[in-house]
Design a protein around this ligand. Structure first.
Ligand code: SER
Length: 319
């Protein structure tokens, strides 16, 4: 039987959709949402204000609700972290230590912690990037995620902590907005296509990056947590792959829906971050170990994004 679940960072891009899905699956009352600020999740079930750096408060919430599993999503992403390196390091690392230590003390049964394609760097092979390869991340975010992966594996081996992790690619969904990532253009482009038929992209046209539709990412997250513990052979973090595309390729797909759609390119500091990341990912370990498969290709992603966003944005207009 699934015990109670705590999602830390429930108001963010992933948290918003993960809480919704977990509540569908396990019942609203069994999924406690928490964030430093209130969000959508607060409305449909238990919600607690939590600063992920406050270990005492985290422990209090876990005890109060008899939580068994924790999904730790609070983090500063790649672009924001470059602007505030010290705080990014503090938040990304210490929030993880708070959760890992409570798990080590026996207060948490299972931990989910996301890593990222940002763990790779300019010296990593960029095509079909292997699970085990050169990892010399050049961003603050990537350094924190790589260190986090090492600590997850260490806590598993040394203290038996049941921690599970995925290296998310850029995530694209219509229900929530991303914040502070280098891959965020691939969400914003849909909003601007509908609202103004015009998009100025902060990456150059041929910058190919690994991406994934949010529904696939949520499926991967819930499935890796559901898998039997002995199937999770990698305790640092698993590569998972969805779709790889460039701004040019996604804009061509959008042009199939809006023939007057125009894109221009004004690369900024995020270009350098994108250039240090892989273009495509080999996810064979996740496929073999716990049966991972992505469902969405580029055309299904564009169709789903445009249909749903158009409805949402037009409804907002009427409201
Ligand atoms: N989407 C993230 C970012 O761009 C990568 O994990 O920062």
């Amino acid at each position: 039987m699934q015990g109670k679940i705590l999602v830390v960072g429930s108001s963010g891009q992933i948290g918003t959709e993960l809480v919704e899905e977990l509540r569908k699956e396990y019942g609203s009352e069994n999924v406690i949402a928490s964030d430093i600020r209130e969000g959508q999740a607060e409305q449909d079930g238990p919600f607690e204000i939590l600063d992920a750096l406050d270990k005492n408060r985290l422990e209090e919430i876990i005890r109060k609700h008899h939580v068994e599993d924790v999904y730790l999503l609070a983090a500063l992403l790649s672009a924001t972290a470059e602007k505030n390196p010290e705080f990014a390091w503090e938040l990304n690392m210490n929030s993880l230590f708070n959760v890992l230590n409570l798990a080590k003390e026996g207060l948490i049964k299972k931990v989910f912690w996301p890593s990222s394609i940002a763990v790779f760097g300019p010296t990593t092979p960029r095509q079909n990037t292997p699970q085990f390869t050169v990892m010399e991340p050049s961003t603050v975010y990537g350094i924190s995620k790589q260190a986090g992966e090492r600590w997850c594996e260490y806590y598993h081996k040394k203290f038996g902590v049941d921690v599970r992790s995925i290296r998310y690619p850029g995530l694209i969904g219509y229900k929530s907005l991303p914040g502070g990532g280098t891959t965020d253009y691939a969400v914003d482009i849909f909003h601007q296509a509908i609202l103004s038929k015009n998009y100025t992209c902060f990456l150059s046209e041929n910058t190919t990056l690994p991406m994934m539709y949010m529904e696939d990412a949520i499926k991967a997250t819930i499935n890796i947590m559901k898998a039997d513990s002995d199937k999770i052979k990698i305790r640092s973090s698993y590569n998972i792959a969805g779709i790889s595309f460039s701004p040019k390729e996604i804009s061509e797909e959008i042009s199939n829906y809006f023939s007057d759609f125009k894109i221009n390119y004004v690369p900024d500091y995020r270009q350098q971050i994108a250039d240090s990341w892989p273009q495509s990912i080999d996810d064979s370990h996740a496929r073999n170990d716990w049966g991972w498969r992505a469902g969405y290709d580029l055309s299904a992603l564009c169709r789903t994004m445009l249909t749903n966003l158009e409805r949402n944005l037009l409804n907002e207009d009427k409201a």
